[in-house]
Design a protein around this ligand. Structure first.
Ligand code: 13P
Length: 260
């Protein structure tokens, strides 16, 4: 029997789905049985996190939040603490999504604070990193990602690294105006990320950190990414917003899973 790697397939709902729509999607996903070795997850807006997590408690689909603050509590109007996210029933928390870095002044420093805060609260951080189009054009993708990774992971204990997820999401690939990265480009970037992780924590640990790709992933291109040796899943936006599309995406990905 061929041993296969675990494949993570998640969708970030972004600023979509109010509580009613989110709840209906959760109800539809409740009975979903993930194929062996596949870990599906959805990342919901705060307003439906608790309800969605409660419906999906014990189900195959994990639930995450899109952001959080690093402090336990205090005068931070409009923010949500790690404890609140945990109390809502989330398994995962998204940290450093490029839309937050770009539009809401998220920095490598705040990302770093959030990484350790999430782990302290028993949440699985999903760290997003990615270069801008300008950085890509200047040929500094590897340097940019290495910097983002090293700062984000600076205060994370090496033993905790296999409990995090990392998504490489080039800014130029994300959203309606984005173009999907070539498979070869993703393979090369992920090999570089793996090398940085091994440099940080040694090969035994570095090899066990799941690396996902995100940015204009579709049902048609998803499996080509996941068939690369250092790609442990995909993180999608639009291609997973409808439940049937999300389930179809998972089916398409596992059609050609690479051996571990
Ligand atoms: P799209 O798949 O819509 O390009 O978004 C990807 C993303 O930002 C996931 O976090």
């Amino acid at each position: 029997m061929v041993t296969r790697k675990t494949v993570w397939i998640g969708t970030n709902w972004k600023m979509n789905k109010g509580p009613a729509e989110a709840l209906a999607a959760a109800e539809a996903l409740k009975a979903y049985r993930a194929p062996d070795g596949v870990k599906p997850f959805i990342i919901t807006p705060f307003t439906s996190l608790q309800a969605v997590a409660s419906v999906l408690k014990g189900a195959d689909v994990l639930v995450g939040a899109q952001n959080m603050h690093w402090e336990e509590s205090g005068s931070w109007t409009g923010e949500i603490s790690p404890g609140m996210v945990k109390e809502c029933g989330a398994d995962i928390v998204l940290i450093g999504h490029s839309e937050r870095r770009q539009h809401f002044a998220e920095t490598d420093w705040t990302v770093s604070r959030k990484m350790s805060a999430a782990l302290r609260h028993g949440l699985r951080p999903l760290l997003c990193i990615g270069e801008s189009l300008e950085e890509y054009d200047f040929g500094v993708t590897a340097e940019t990602l290495s910097r983002q990774l090293k700062i984000a992971l600076h205060d994370v204990a090496h033993a905790d690294l296999p409990n995090i997820l990392i998504a490489y999401e080039p800014v130029w690939a994300i959203g309606a105006g984005g173009r999907a990265a070539d498979t070869d480009c993703v393979a090369k970037v992920h090999a570089g990320l793996r090398a940085v992780l091994c440099e940080i924590a040694g090969k035994d640990i570095g090899d066990r950190v799941p690396l996902l790709y995100g940015g204009s992933v579709t049902q048609d291109n998803a499996r080509s990414y996941v068939s690369q040796p250092n790609v442990d899943g995909v993180f999608v936006g639009r291609a997973g917003w409808s439940v049937p599309d999300f389930e179809k995406l998972i089916e398409r990905v596992i059609e050609e899973r690479a051996p571990a």
